[in-house]
Each structure stands twice: as C-alpha cells, then as structure tokens.
Design a protein around this ligand. Structure first.
Ligand code: S3P
Length: 173
C-alpha cells in the first residue's frame, strides 16, 4: 500500500506524513526531496536555473518511478504535483495507491506560509499577508478541482498533527 498525501503548500503533508509513517511502521518519502536528491539541487534552484516546465517534467517522472518501485510507503507530494501531467489520474488508477487530501482553511494556510515563503518559488515574491491570502484563495480555486479527486478529503483546521494522524488512521483502516 502507498498512502499519497496531497494538499496546498503549508498543509502539513511532510510533518503529518512522517508522523503517520512512524505510527504505521511504513516508510516515508517527500517527493520534493526525491527531486532535490535526483537533480542535486534545491527546488528553489531548479526553478531559478531551469524554470517551472522542467521542474514539472522531473516531478511527474520521479512520481511514476517512486510509485512503480516502492510499497509500504507514505509519500507526500508537492502542492502542485496533482495538477500537472495527469498525475491525479495516474495515482487514482494505480491499485496500491490511496490518495488523501489534507485541507486546512485559507486563513491557516496564509498564516503558516507567510513566514516560510522564501524557499517556495511560487509564492516567494508576494510581499504582504493580504496579497498572499488573496493569491492562495485564487490558486486554491484552480487547484481544488484536482485535489478533490483524492479518495479521501480531510478538513484539518483546528486539529493538531497528532489528532490529524489519528483521524487518518481511523479513516483508512
Ligand atoms: C509547489 C509546492 C512545493 C514545491 C514547489 C512547487 C507548488 O511543495 O513542489 O515549490 O506548485 O505548490 P510543497 O507543497 O511541499 O511546499
């Protein structure tokens, strides 16, 4: 079984993924880290040196490679992964995969992301909290169509990491 965590930047995919892997004695991988290791470059530098189209190509190639080669895995994706290269269709057509959308509110996302936007090329140029919040609202409106294709959608507002992990375990097993 591979549990794939999807959701917007700042939705807690990596933190929750690591905790969940621990509780379920499964392996954990973060697709962004897989890309950085494979390209020997940070995500920020891949965007800067080669642009987003190159990044999206590598992202979908490595997603397929990981899913093909691994099992007993929690995999957290990048915020944009479900929205390109038919990745959501690919995931939902793969029997051993279950997809789970972590869905905090726009307020929670903008509060979390403002302090950590520097290393995220998609939002690093947004100067104020208000502008960031408006950007997230519009962006989520576009991306939700892909995210909502997940097998399970979990509203995670007002939940600690531990509570979210417990809810995922209850939901999936
Ligand atoms: C992106 C999200 C990032 C990373 C890249 C693009 C996006 O991942 O893949 O910067 O398009 O939303 P996180 O969601 O882990 O920050």
């Amino acid at each position: 079984m591979i549990i794939v965590l999807i959701g917007y930047m700042g939705s807690g995919k990596s933190t929750i993924g690591k905790g969940l892997a621990n509780v379920l004695s499964m392996n954990f991988l973060d697709l962004d880290s897989v890309i950085e290791t494979s390209e020997k470059m940070t995500i920020h530098d891949i965007f800067k040196n080669y642009g987003e189209i190159y990044f999206r190509k590598k992202e979908s190639e490595l997603l397929r490679k990981v899913i093909k080669e691994q099992d007993n895995l929690i995999l957290s994706l990048g915020g944009g992964t479900p929205c390109y290269s038919q990745n959501m269709v690919f995931l939902n057509e793969t029997d051993k995969v279950t997809t789970l959308y972590l869905k905090p509110s726009i307020n929670t996302l903008s509060e979390r992301l403002f302090d950590e936007k520097a290393h995220r090329p998609i939002i690093s140029h947004l100067a104020s909290k208000d502008v960031l919040k408006e950007f997230i609202a519009k962006h989520l409106f576009e991306r939700n169509a892909y995210y909502e294709q997940a097998h399970t959608v979990l509203n995670t507002d007002n939940c600690t990491v531990q509570e979210t992990i417990e809810r995922i375990v209850l939901e999936l097993f």
